[in-house]
Design a protein around this ligand. Structure first.
Ligand code: EPS
Length: 381
């Protein structure tokens, strides 16, 4: 990692979030309104809690973009926490009973903090807002190079959407119309029902999201060393998202149960073009893109905070008790699809810049086109 870098700072109930993105070539059009579309997508979804009714996430660009175009300088973004107004004059009581499943206990032990609120403030999934904003920049770069990245929900609380045969672009358009970001109408209805049940039972739900990137060049990533492999970088980036507990690429865990003759993608020649009969590998072989769409799925555990109290210990008294409820969501899987999509876009922007570099986007594009024509690649869509 290093060609496209970003850092985030900010507390969930502090004044705001700050993002610095570095490594973008000059000449890429960037618009705050465009970034705002994904920020809005992240805020939505059936099952979200009260916080999203307060916020209207919007990233202001304060550096690195002049007259709507990148200059090559680091790009800075800031997002206001509207909820800050409700917190700034309050001194909330310290949290001394950790919520199981969150960073509360391990974070407080690590930093030797008496008040677990200080852990919660930074470990909150509010931080994923910053990642989606950074990904808005990554997506602008990928768009210039013909790459599309999109995400949808394939399961919530055990309700599984049937495998779709729609072309990717159509599938993702349909998913955006669903309150749970799921393309299948019947599955969406059952997922919503399941979320209502979880709410009534004072519980929470997880699920599975699927992200697809298409329009890819082959040869991006590396097979020569472990930390340069694209599949490893994707899995690490996706796993770093709050509540993500499993990642698979292509057939993933399913492939483990089948014999070797049934997990490969036959290489064929059609009208002078190399094609693959299937895409079981999910777009990477040996840690390198093969030109097929990248397909990444991520499993999100249910949000750890439940309205049903869970056993814990007051670390101040050493007595067993139950955790304190902190405002939360019943289900954030539709939002997670947007966040996983963001991390996939960021990793792809990084690996694309590593392969095609260039200080100006014209140079980056020319590098890519030169490479594709020198290998006789015509499958780029
Ligand atoms: C979130 C903001 C948070 C939570 C949620 C995600 O806001 P607040 O704590 O003020 O309600 O709604 O975070 C979690 C549930 C979590 O466990 O981290 C957001 O902006 O997405």
């Amino acid at each position: 990692m290093g060609s496209f870098r970003f850092l985030t700072a900010g507390e969930s109930h502090g004044p705001g979030l700050t993002i610095v993105v570095e490594g973008m070539p000059a000449g890429v059009p960037i618009s705050e309104e465009h970034i705002a579309v994904d920020l809005r997508r992240r805020q939505g979804g059936y099952g979200r809690g009260g916080r999203m009714l307060i916020e209207e996430d919007y990233a202001y660009i304060t550096a690195g973009v002049t007259r709507g175009v990148t200059t090559g300088a680091p790009i800075a973004l800031t997002i206001e926490n509207k909820d800050y107004a409700n917190w700034k004059d309050k001194v909330p009581p310290p949290i001394t009973v950790p919520r199981p499943g969150h960073a509360d206990l391990s974070g407080a032990l690590k930093y030797q903090l008496d008040d677990m609120r200080l852990v919660l403030e930074r470990s909150s999934a509010r931080e994923t807002t910053s990642r989606v904003a950074a990904a808005g920049i990554a997506k602008a770069l990928l768009g210039e190079l013909g790459v599309h990245v999109a995400g949808h929900v394939v399961a919530i609380g055990g309700v599984q959407a049937p495998v779709s045969t729609l072309p990717w672009a159509e599938l993702f358009d349909r998913a955006e119309e669903s309150e749970v970001r799921c393309e299948d109408t019947e599955a969406s209805r059952r997922m919503i029902e399941r979320i209502d049940e979880a709410k009534a039972n004072r519980d929470t739900l997880g699920g599975v999201v699927e992200i697809v990137a298409w329009g890819l060049a082959p040869g991006v990533g590396s097979f020569v060393h472990w930390d340069r492999k694209l599949d490893g970088r994707l899995a690490g980036a996706v796993m770093s998202i709050n509540a993500i507990k499993g990642v698979e690429i292509g057939d993933g865990f399913g492939a483990a149960a089948r014999p070797g003759t049934q997990v490969q993608d036959a290489i064929r020649m059609r009208e002078g073009r190399l094609i693959r009969a299937t895409n079981r590998a999910g777009g990477t072989e040996g840690g390198v893109t093969n030109g097929e769409p990248i397909v990444v799925r991520a499993a999100m555990k249910p949000i750890s905070t439940t309205l049903t109290p869970q056993p814990s210990v007051d670390v101040k008294t050493g007595l067993e008790t139950v955790m304190e409820y902190q405002r939360s969501d019943i289900c954030a899987v539709p939002a997670a699809a947007v966040v996983v999509e963001a991390m996939v876009a960021i990793v792809l922007a990084d690996t694309y810049l590593e392969k095609f570099a260039g200080d100006n986007i014209a140079e980056t594009r020319a590098n890519m086109e030169h490479f594709l024509s020198s290998i006789g690649w015509t499958a780029l869509v």
